[in-house]
Ligand binder design. Structure first.
Ligand code: 5GP
Ligand code: ZN
Length: 112
């Protein structure tokens, strides 16, 4: 399968990793939109949030706990930050491997 995030997860493609364990990996977005912009992915290929299955429950819970650690490491836990997952065309998803954007490092706005 030709998936760039699978390749990042298995080390075939380089990335600036900030966290990794057996099930998930977090790395700097190549095109950051804020001072802190990290992508958190499961190593398992899942297309998007809509493709999460009941058997993935533990994995997705694990990812969220790991995300707390990443927020702490990146220094955004206390001032706060944003987590986004884009889905499909209107969501402007461009990489079809489930990923959570962790965005922060400045005061964010909420407009579309
Ligand atoms: P999406 O638009 O699917 O929600 O987000 C995909 C994100 O992946 C974008 O923010 C984009 O900058 C990032 N991205 C795309 N290709 C690469 C890559 O090869 N390496 C890294 N680190 N980020 C990537
Ligand atoms: Zn993948």
């Amino acid at each position: 399968m030709d998936c760039i995030f699978c390749k990042i997860a298995n080390g075939e493609l380089p990335s600036k990793k900030v966290y990794e364990d057996e099930h998930v990996v977090a790395f700097h977005d190549i095109n950051p939109i804020a001072p802190v912009h990290v992508l958190m992915i499961p190593k398992k290929h899942i297309q998007s949030l809509l493709a999460i299955e009941p058997e993935d429950k533990e994995l997705i819970g694990h990812l969220h706990i790991a995300l707390q650690k990443v927020a702490e490491t990146m220094g955004v836990k206390d001032p706060g930050f944003r987590v986004i997952t884009n889905i499909g065309k209107h969501g402007q998803q461009t990489v079809f491997h489930l990923h959570y954007h962790l965005i922060g490092g400045k005061q964010l706005e909420w407009t579309m």
